[in-house]
Design a protein around this ligand. Structure first.
Ligand SMILES: CCc1cccc(CC)c1NC(=O)n1cc2c(c1)/C(=N\C(=O)c1ccc(N3CCN(C)CC3)cc1)N=N2
Length: 305
């Protein structure tokens, strides 16, 4: 009972804060469930389900993510949900899934999210096994653009992996699930669950004296993502103990079918010392990225091929 009331208070606090924002920005409205026609379920995660939805008056298509307060409480993820709302609602970038608003009733919290028409990236990756270099390069260029935007706002995503990336109707990357993002610099307190594959070495050693880290953690994850797009599996994939050991040594082998340019970028991102990782500006001008980025006529040719 106590936690529920504190949870109610907490959400009321969020509501009040966003209410003040709403009042300041007359364009933002108070949302409620009756405003939406709910369509087919799009997916479900550990803490929620997402449905296709249409806002009745405007006909605007969106994705409605429903989180049950009881599950949020049990999973002790109120902080993450609040952070997801706070951070994601202030972000505007073509490769970041937009959060348009949120509301709650006595049992559930609702997030009004941008609809990503081509669904979950990891399903495309599993189906195609691995992406051709031109496609992987475009995806990584979009990810670098999204991360540059986040880092300029001192936001660290901390959980970049295929499962947290959606694909827009035009095949573009949409970074989502900011439940683990924080403002830099930061030292992690909440326990992590899920795959270790994407964790940078500096996040593996909580015992180390200075366990604060900065946005360079996303550069490591970008390197792991590049590898997985091209190879079809993560570079340090192994048993949990071995994965940690291999991450700590940056112990990976890059198959010979990976081009020399791609290999060069992966090796410049998967560097143990965070300060020595290639900065995002240099990712965007790296030969492997530039060589595949679409220019007018080449885009047209690719369309024909
Ligand atoms: C609650 C679900 C969840 C839990 C945790 C993390 C995340 C982010 C990835 C999510 N999803 C989330 O927040 N999501 C926010 C979203 C969203 C998910 C989404 N679209 C889809 O999930 C989707 C799935 C399949 C699809 N089709 C598959 C079959 N194809 C032939 C046609 C296209 C088309 C769209 N749009 N905004």
């Amino acid at each position: 009972a106590v936690s529920r009331s504190s949870d109610e208070l907490a959400l009321a606090h969020v509501e009040r804060k966003s209410a003040t924002i709403l009042i300041e920005q007359p364009s933002m409205k108070q949302f409620h469930l009756g405003m939406f026609e709910i369509g087919r379920p799009l997916g479900k995660g550990k803490f929620g389900r997402v449905y296709l939805a249409r806002e009745r008056t405007s006909g605007f298509i969106c994705a409605l993510k429903v989180l049950h307060k009881s599950e949020i409480q049990q999973g002790r993820v109120e902080k993450q949900v609040r952070r997801e709302i706070e951070i994601q609602s202030n972000l505007r970038h073509p490769n970041i899934l937009q959060l348009f608003g949120h509301f709650h009733d006595n049992k559930r919290v609702f997030l009004i999210l941008e609809f990503a028409g081509k669904g979950e990236l990891y399903k495309h990756l599993r189906k195609e096994n691995r992406f051709p270099e031109w496609k992987a390069s475009q995806y990584i260029a979009q990810m670098a653009s999204a991360l540059r935007y986040l880092h300029r706002k001192h936001v660290i995503h901390r959980d970049i992996k295929p499962e947290n990336i959606l694909v827009g109707i035009h095949g573009e990357m949409k970074v989502s699930d900011f439940g683990w993002s924080v403002h830099a610099p930061n030292s992690r307190r909440a326990t992590m669950c899920g795959t270790l594959d994407y964790l940078p070495p500096e996040m593996l050693k909580p015992g180390s004296s200075d366990n604060s880290y900065n946005e360079k953690v996303d550069l490591w994850s970008l390197g792991v993502l590049t590898y997985e797009f091209l190879v079809g599996e993560a570079p340090f994939e192994d048993t949990p103990v071995m994965t940690q050991r291999r991450i700590a040594r940056a112990d990976m082998t890059i198959p010979s079918f990976v081009s020399p340019e791609a290999r060069d970028l992966i090796k410049r991102l998967l560097v143990l010392d965070p300060e020595k990782r290639i900065p995002l500006e240099q990712v965007q001008t790296h030969p492997w990225i530039v060589k595949h980025c679409l220019k007018g006529e080449r885009a047209a040719n690719r369309e024909k091929s």
